[in-house]
Design a protein. Structure first.
Length: 134
């Protein structure tokens, strides 16, 4: 009888572990980037901004605006609303690069050069965006 209770207990624990790691909103681990829904829309969202400060929200493992056009001298602020930590890194590795920042934290960069700057989140490389500076 004792063996039956041990087996049932192990099955319950195993089920809980599987549920925990199968649910990215609970697990909050960085090695799930390939299984998360990232930028699932067929078309990229493009926004043209005429402000000195632009806010980009990081939520649900995506950047709220995939492509934005700004004027030279504009500051872009990325704010993390996810439980997971994210980063913002320019593809060229030179223009800007943040450390990982958590929920409620942000990173900002002022664009002083005209050009197109593609960027991504280092631990979740399918999270991508583009800043076009005019």
């Amino acid at each position: 009888m004792k063996t039956v209770f041990i087996v049932i207990g192990l099955i319950i624990v195993l089920g809980a572990v599987i549920f925990y790691f199968a649910n990215p909103k609970i697990a909050n681990h960085n090695d799930t980037q390939n299984s998360l829904p990232i930028n699932t829309e067929d078309t990229a969202s493009t926004t043209k901004v005429n402000s000195e400060i632009v806010n980009i929200k990081i939520s649900n493992y995506s950047f709220t605006q995939n492509i934005i056009t700004i004027k030279k001298g504009t500051t872009v602020v990325w704010s993390n609303y996810d439980k997971a930590k994210h980063s913002v890194k320019a593809d060229d590795g030179i223009e800007f690069s943040s450390n990982l920042f958590g929920e409620g934290e942000s990173f900002s960069h002022t664009f002083d050069k005209i050009g197109t700057f593609n960027y991504y989140c280092e631990p979740h490389t399918k999270m991508r965006g583009t800043i076009i500076v005019e």
